[in-house]
Design a protein around this ligand. Structure first.
Ligand code: GTP
Ligand code: MG
Length: 405
């Protein structure tokens, strides 16, 4: 059940990580809440910042434009497995020993190129456009086999789709997932391999096989439990800042956020809910207006949505309808995914007046809050937990391993 009045969230800090402890909710007056929040940053929680955009480290914050350069969400990669080493053709030679027999060793196998999911990697910017696997060594005399080339691991972020010729060949959605992008070539055989009863002195040896060559398209779809969807300036980044320690830029002009940011909300019992702040969507985004479709792809992987509406604007329900329309145009059925409507900027007087109308028009629960003052944030946090738990249960019921951040 979601409480309808303001509740106090106890914030307990363990090793610098604050957690929400919903078990100790107690009624709290609005004025008390404000003073508490101002004094102890009640809503500051433990975090992972998608863009490594931390203030606390003392480092200068990167501007969104610079971050955009670092944030790469698609990449064309040419991968070539290592070539196999050639087999050797030679005969055993020893003083006073005639016909020592063939002793040419096999060549080593070429190294594979393997894509591996690393949770520390947040974008495809570190992925190069070409990879060449390590070649196997040639075989030697005295039955010496060549050393095989080691596999080359390419670290990719969680949520990387691997496509070849328009077809999805791998979906790397869990930390530690691996995909062999290019197989190394097999090593050649030395003449010792061809020794047979009817051929005691084979001279045949085979060359190593070339490694596999493929052109792959990597596409990153941000993985988070909840995706924040809203028009520019609705206050998505402000909200993410309020509930997590992620630090997306906030400003009063549209399209401030140019990259998805992920913040982590920590709950008691080491439960974490990842919330993604997606760049603003406008009417006609599916026709590439505004920042276009490129960012809708990051919404696709979120298990549920937070529709953030600017309640201070007239007819705020049109924002919800437009957002749903854009999602539906991008992918059928996307707007039907579980969601919650967040009416932001309730601290503004005109916003309060719009609330009853919005509720009546939408016919569903609306969480009215203020990212700026922190008013009613805990209702959102509770709802987030309810949606997250419902998702976890559904995944477990279907025998799937739920995504954990
Ligand atoms: N009064 C008031 N202003 C808010 C609130 N939340 C955000 N704002 C202001 O609204 C403006 C836009 O906030 P952002 O958080 O950058 O909005 P956004 O949705 O991330 O915008 P884009 O990144 O452009 O999509 C800023 O000037 C914020 O200070 C709120 O609850 N109340
Ligand atoms: Mg923003």
């Amino acid at each position: 059940m979601i409480p309808t009045r303001l509740l106090l969230a106890r914030s307990s800090t363990v090793l610098g990580i604050s957690k929400w402890a919903p078990s100790t909710w107690a009624p709290l007056k609005l004025s008390q809440l404000h003073s508490l929040q101002a004094s102890s940053r009640l809503f500051s929680l433990g975090t992972v910042d998608h863009a490594k955009h931390q203030e606390a480290s003392g480092k200068k914050l990167l501007s969104e434009k610079k971050l955009k350069r670092h944030f790469v969400d698609h990449r064309r990669v040419l991968v070539r497995g290592g070539n196999g080493g050639s087999g050797m053709s030679c005969f055993h030679s020893e003083p006073r020993k005639e016909f020592g027999g063939p002793d040419g060793g096999d060549g080593g196998n070429g190294g594979h190129i393997i894509l591996r999911v690393d949770q520390q990697v947040k974008s495809l910017s570190s992925v190069s456009s070409q990879y060449q696997g390590l070649s196997g060594e040639d075989g030697g005399s005295k039955n010496c086999f060549g050393r095989s080339g080691a596999s080359l691991y390419v670290q990719v972020p969680v949520g990387t789709l691997v496509k070849e010729g328009g077809e999805v060949v791998a979906d790397l959605s869990h930390p530690g997932d691996e995909y062999i992008a290019a197989l190394g070539g097999a090593g050649g055989k030395g003449n010792r391999f061809f020794l047979a009863n009817d051929n005691r002195a084979p001279v045949t040896c085979t060359p190593g096989q070339p490694g596999q060559e493929r052109v792959l398209y990597l596409e990153l779809k941000t993985m988070a439990h909840a995706g924040m969807v809203g028009f520019p300036n609705a206050g998505k980044s402000s909200l993410l800042r309020a509930i997590s320690n992620a630090k997306p830029a906030v400003a009063s002009y549209p399209f401030t956020t140019l990259n998805p940011h992920v913040g982590i909300v920590h709950y008691e019992g080491h439960q974490q809910v990842a919330v993604a702040d997606i760049p603003g969507i406008i009417r006609g985004a599916h026709q590439n207006k505004g920042l276009g479709l490129s960012f809708l792809r990051h919404i696709e992987r979120c298990h549920f949505f937070l529709f953030v509406v600017d309640l201070s604007l007239p007819e705020p329900w049109t924002q919800v309808n437009d957002l749903k329309y854009e999602l539906e145009k991008y992918e059928e059925g996307l707007s039907g995914r579980s969601h919650v409507i967040i009416a932001n900027k309730i601290d503004l007087p005109q916003a309060r007046a719009h609330l009853p109308q919005l509720q009546a028009r939408l016919g569903q629960e609306v969480i009215a809050l203020s990212a700026l003052t922190g008013e009613n944030l805990e209702q959102l946090l509770l709802h987030l937990k309810v949606l997250h738990d419902a998702h976890m249960d559904a995944e477990l019921e279907q025998g799937r391993q739920p995504f954990r951040w």
